[in-house]
Write a protein that binds this ligand. Sequence first.
Ligand SMILES: O=c1[nH]cnc2c(O)cc(-c3ccc(F)cc3)cc12
Ligand SMILES: [Mg+2]
Length: 218
Amino acid sequence: SFVSLRQRILSAVQKNATRGDPRSVIRAIDQFCSQKEWAMNVGNEKGCILDSVVSEVNPATVLELGTYCGYSTVRIASLLPPYAKFITLEFNPDFAAVARQVIAWAGLEDKVKIKPCLVEGASSDWIPKIKEQFGIKTFDLVFLDHWKEHYLSDTKLMEECGLLRKGSVLLADNVICPGAPDYVEYVRSSPRYKSHYFRSHLEYTKAEENLWYLGIIE
Ligand SMILES: O=c1[nH]cnc2c(O)cc(-c3ccc(F)cc3)cc12
Ligand SMILES: [Mg+2]
């Protein structure tokens, strides 16, 4: 029967990565996606930028919007201190099911709270509930990697829900490809944010891409 791409990614992890070794999980996915089939993981080039931002912020609370197969979830979780709270939201139940297994293979499942959002507009359902459901006041770091159409509305929603504070850092993937021009326009023109971008490439390709870094200053 048909085996989906996400299942082939999971099989590549189970075949080539060592249980309990997050770096080997990352390497297995990157090898599969650069040698066999492209997939929308953040990839190693942008992943190194993500790692440097996570290490610099050293966050106690992290929100990831868009889990997909758990590649960036594993990258981020493996750099967090044990007391950190890390929530990753995934709209698609099939992606969430694979991500759980990838995260479990990496041996991180005790650190990462996956909350699959099973309904359309799911992040907008979950963001208002995060404070009460997870006992989180504000996020030190948010990684936006779900759907470009929701970057701006979800950022505004996080502001309205008081989930962001002075010093919170937002890092957004794909502001060029596929592109989130309304989001870039909003954050560039807002006095609330200090923003800059890291030049990079679309995962596993030579196409131009940026990671957009936002520091909240007021
Ligand atoms: O939809 C996406 N969500 C999160 N990340 C993405 C990502 O890194 C890349 C792409 C993408 C880029 C080019 C293309 F031809 C087709 C899909 C989509 C997403
Ligand atoms: Mg992406």
